[in-house]
Ligand binder design. Structure first.
Ligand code: CAA
Length: 257
């Protein structure tokens, strides 16, 4: 049984809560192993259409666990790349929504950026403060933050360790939307429930197509999109989705997640 995360099912939406309050959800090895295993199990579970990942009201996650990292030496981390297991979340095919309240710092910000959508509470604070510790972001922060907010702001945040609040993060395109702190989970579950009504095949393929935009040139990206779009005509959901539109009714997509 996992000790550092809690999982609940709300209809077809799984809510995964990082639950290590004594360390502001610092992302230690055990937590990341439990999280990776839980996410893969939910991805394979036909009862689940979308996943919401959240922390507490005070902290989504205050970064990688500094106490655990401090004694590690170069050969240890060379042969045991503890960050590698963090990438499990990027293998999830179902939509993953980060519902961020409080601190999302360092690895916490990086974990949120590995999700498909970030929804921020008004009290959310984002930053990459690794520079204060004599290191740099190591779980994709220099790459994903730069792609999200552009070079000027990414450089400023990463080279100074400054935090930005939810409003600034929304203006900078890091987050999809800011919602009142007390409504964060409700709004994130609503997003998941909306997706649960849609075609799981189209959702999984849409994720792949958007992610391709960050990997390639426009010409190759458009080609990748076409290669993902055309096979959707071989899935029953396309027949049902288009028939339902023409018959002026709600679609009932036959494919199960
Ligand atoms: N690792 C381990 N423990 C942490 C932690 C972290 N990242 N962040 C907070 N904690 C612990 C604190 O040590 C403290 O524990 P004790 O009560 O046992 O002392 C507890 O959580 C509460 O924290 P604070 O007392 O510091 O709470 P605060 O409200 O005064 O401050 C904070 C909150 C500004 C977030 C502050 O805790 C902080 O600066 N944390 C570190 C943030 C950080 O540097 N993150 C980057 C980590 S490196 C990284 O993530 C590498 C990477 O790219 C993969």
């Amino acid at each position: 049984m996992p000790e550092m995360i809690l999982t609940e099912l709300h209809g077809k939406v799984a809510l995964v809560r990082l639950n290590r309050p004594e360390a502001l959800n610092a992302l230690c090895d055990q937590l990341m192993e439990e999280l990776g295993a839980a996410l893969l199990a939910l991805d394979a579970d036909p009862a689940v259409a979308a996943i919401v990942l959240t922390g507490s009201e005070k902290a989504f996650a205050a970064g990688a666990d500094i106490r655990e990292m401090q004694p590690r030496r170069y050969p240890d981390v060379l042969f045991n790349d503890f960050i590698a297991k963090w990438e499990t979340i990027t293998r999830v095919k179902k939509p993953v929504i980060a519902a961020v309240a409080g601190y999302a710092l360092g690895g916490g910000c990086e974990l949120a950026m590995m999700c498909d959508i970030i929804l921020a509470a008004e009290n959310a604070r984002f930053g990459q403060p690794e520079i204060n510790l004599g290191v740099i972001p190591g779980a994709g922060g220099t790459q994903r933050l730069t792609r999200a907010v552009g070079k000027a702001k990414a450089m400023e945040l990463i080279l100074t360790g400054r935090m930005m609040d939810a409003q600034e993060a929304e203006r900078a395109n890091l987050v999809a939307r800011v919602v009142p702190t007390e409504k964060l989970i409700e709004e994130a579950l609503k997003l998941g429930e909306r997706m649960a009504e849609l075609s799981p095949v189209a959702l999984a393929v849409a994720k792949q197509a958007v992610n391709a935009a960050f990997e390639t040139t426009l010409t190759e990206g458009v080609r990748a999109e076409r290669a993902l779009f055309l096979p959707l005509f071989g899935a029953e959901d396309q027949k049902e989705g288009m028939a339902a539109f023409l018959e002026k009714r709600k679609p009932r997509f036959p494919t199960r997640a």
